[in-house]
Design a protein around this ligand. Structure first.
Ligand code: LRH
Ligand code: MN
Length: 397
């Protein structure tokens, strides 16, 4: 396939060789909205089933060797579950990725966790974070990726200022516990479940908290956690500029934090983000964790995950096609239309033939979704897990 953007197939293949994206264990489980969930017979309910599905996705795409773990959901026994996880890593050939604390489910966290007015409850939250750091150290996984749902629903009901101080104390203590090579990622979200103020609501708040916590703390950008109209790639450019970009939770949305499959609504958005990263002069993606964070309420869970990894590879390949030297010249000379055409030209390229050739050359199925359908894997897990899932509840209230 001719590439007419001044880039070579080799350069695209090199980009694909270095591309890794982490899949979320919870993306394989039965999830829903507050109005209920549509149970799938093949959904994963045990951590073993989640590792099995993650291994299937990695075998088909060659790009997702790690699976993100959500501690309460995947290690209900905490540190005691580490040996079992290690055994699953060996059995399925995928490694534990980011460790996600859960400070949003327990009843005690009604008025917050690390920002709760009660010092006892903040201590409980800190203990959970320290457990997660320990679990990460024992599993050899780099990132403790924390999303703090804390906030309030009505003006005047909480002191926003005092809560900032309380958060800083807990995040500082968590940072101090991090071992060699460990990082903590601070994820922000403007609203939900809190609907008046959220304590870590945007990139600025997450950045300041990360900086004050210490050098091992970075910011995590969940693409679904922005108000409509927010220029997300500009936030990415800033976080790269100040060397505080730790990683991403990729998904897509039409309205709010819809957690739809990445590239399904606005693929150009992810292309623009990948372009900022590839033009950041970072020789590889290593320090920036690419992770998927989606809930597949209607699509088949494994199909949606394979589709997401494939789409991410294709959009990364497109971004690798941008002739960045030529673009820099045109931008410097403010030759607007030529610069835009140089930029968009890469996006319009159909990279699928190049990616298919790369898969063939790497001994991977050239059409992962087709290979999944032909493998009978989904039918197999639906048969094996169907009766168990049929017993699980679907209603919200
Ligand atoms: C919060 C969030 C967070 C996860 C959860 C599953 O909306 O993005 O990253 O813990 O989804
Ligand atoms: Mn997220």
């Amino acid at each position: 396939m001719a590439i007419n953007t001044g880039r070579t197939v080799e350069q695209v293949w090199a980009a694909l060789d270095g591309f890794r994206i982490e899949v979320p264990s919870w993306g394989f489980a039965n999830t829903g909205t507050r109005f209920g969930k549509f149970v799938q017979g093949g959904a994963a309910t045990t951590i073993e089933e989640k590792f099995a599905d993650a291994a299937e996705v990695n075998a088909l795409t060659g790009a997702s060797p790690t699976v993100a773990l959500h501690v309460l959901w995947d290690l209900p026994g905490g540190k005691a579950d580490v040996p079992a996880i290690r055994a699953l890593e060996k059995k399925f050939g995928v490694r534990s990725g980011s460790i996600n604390p859960n400070l949003f489910q327990d009843a005690e966290y009604k008025f917050g966790s690390i920002a709760n007015p009660s010092s006892e409850i903040r201590k409980k939250a800190l203990d959970h974070l320290l457990d997660c750091v320990e679990i990460g150290r024992e599993l050899g996984s780099r990132d403790v990726s924390m999303w703090i749902a804390d906030g309030s629903n009505y003006p005047g009901t909480q002191s926003i200022r005092k809560r900032i101080g309380w958060m800083e104390e807990v995040l500082g203590a968590t940072h101090a516990a991090l071992g060699e090579g460990q990082r903590m990622l601070v994820e922000y979200k403007p609203f939900e479940p809190a609907f008046y103020h959220t304590d870590i609501a945007d990139w600025g708040m997450a950045l300041e908290l990360a900086r004050r916590a210490g050098p091992k703390a970075k910011v995590l950008v969940d693409t679904g956690h922005h108000y409509q109209g927010t220029n997300i790639e500009q936030i990415v450019a800033w976080l790269l500029h100040v060397d505080e970009l730790g990683g991403f939770h990729f998904n897509d949305r039409k309205y709010a934090d819809d957690d739809l499959t990445l590239g399904s609504i606005d693929p150009y958005q992810l292309f623009r983000i990948f372009h900022e990263i590839l033009s950041s002069g970072k020789d590889d993606q290593a320090g920036i964790a690419f992770m998927i964070d989606q809930s597949h309420n209607l699509k088949g869970k494994v199909e949606a995950m394979v589709q997401s990894v494939v789409t991410a590879q294709e959009l990364y390949a497109k971004a690798a096609l941008v002739d960045r030297e030529r673009l820099a010249e045109l931008q410097q000379q403010c030759r607007l239309v030529e610069a835009e055409e140089c930029f968009r030209d890469a996006f319009w390229q159909d990279v699928r033939p190049v990616v298919r050739d790369w898969r063939a050359a790497r001994g991977l199925p050239v059409e992962p979704l087709k290979a999944l359908a032909e493998s009978g894997y989904v039918e197999k897990i639906t048969h094996e897990r169907g009766s168990k899932n049929a017993r699980s509840v679907s209603s919200y209230a």
